[in-house]
Ligand binder design. Structure first.
Ligand SMILES: [Ca+2]
Ligand SMILES: [Ca+2]
Length: 97
């Protein structure tokens, strides 16, 4: 039971992890209006879905502000940290902290 919960949480993180790496807001904002549209995000990361986008469009205006984008990147970073250690349930033995 508990594992199923953990796995779905991991799947959620994997979904948000679609926005990969250290993407710079200004690099994605190709028209420079300080708002990211789904098109702009997809130009950088085609695997990002409307669903991913909406999940972080906190005020649901159809754009990601820099704050919203930062939140996304933070979530992504956390997801990466988790995948770095192999799996959430079984931390690697070479854990350094
Ligand atoms: Ca824009
Ligand atoms: Ca927004």
């Amino acid at each position: 039971m508990k594992n199923a919960l953990i796995i779905s949480a991991a799947a959620l993180f994997a979904g948000s992890a679609a926005l990969a790496g250290n993407i710079d807001f200004t690099a994605v904002d190709t028209n420079g209006d300080n708002q990211l549209t789904l098109d702009e995000v997809q130009a950088e990361k085609p695997e990002v879905t409307q669903e991913d986008f909406d999940a972080y469009d906190a005020d649901a205006d159809g754009f990601l502000s820099e704050d919203e984008f930062d939140t996304w990147k933070e979530e992504k970073k956390r997801a990466d940290d988790m995948s770095d250690s192999g799996s959430m349930e079984e931390p690697e033995a070479d854990d350094t902290y």
